[in-house]
Design a protein. Structure first.
Length: 171
């Protein structure tokens, strides 16, 4: 049996179907669903179905490099936000790429402008796929192109602190 892949509490991922090359996510096991910062969200007719158009600004605290996206509307769900209010959000199903894997994730669209991360990767997206190391970040590297996953056996507990620190710093 292969050891589970380990993902850090924050990572760089790719959303290939949305043509978002990289976005920094917070891996949050306390949140059931995943959420992406989106602006100018609008529903429209898409070949007899309903689609959703939106703008993604993938870089934190930056209005540079906006990405115009559209996807079929998968669902609409009430989500309890971190401040306790309920909000009806559009949901899309899209591919996520990290650690040499690609998988489908349900993502709600909302304004995360006041939040520290442009995307939250919730527990439904990582269930039965990854083990989260809440004390480490960027197992996939600081850029999506360097996304090589770590496993539980990659950094043994007996490894010298300098090796662990080097891996942690990405160097």
């Amino acid at each position: 049996m292969k050891p589970p892949l380990v993902i850090g509490w924050r990572e760089w991922i790719e959303l290939p179907e949305l043509e978002v090359a990289r976005v920094k996510v917070k891996v949050d096991t306390g949140a059931r669903s995943s959420s992406l910062h989106a602006e100018k969200i609008e529903l429209f007719q898409l070949r007899g179905d309903i689609g959703v158009r939106f703008i993604v600004f993938p870089l934190q605290r930056s209005r540079l490099r906006p990405v115009a996206c559209q996807a079929p509307l998968y669902d609409e769900r009430y989500v309890k936000s971190s401040n306790g209010s309920r909000e009806l959000r559009p949901v899309i199903r899209t591919a996520v790429r990290w650690g040499g894997q690609v998988w489908e994730v349900d993502v709600t669209l909302t304004s995360r402008d006041l939040m520290g991360f442009r995307m939250l990767l919730g527990r439904e997206a990582i269930r039965r796929r990854f083990l989260v190391d809440t004390g480490r970040s960027y197992f996939g590297g600081r850029a999506v192109a360097a996304a090589v996953p770590q496993t539980l056996s990659s950094v043994p507990a007996s490894a010298p602190a300098s090796v662990k620190k080097k891996r942690r710093s990405g160097g």
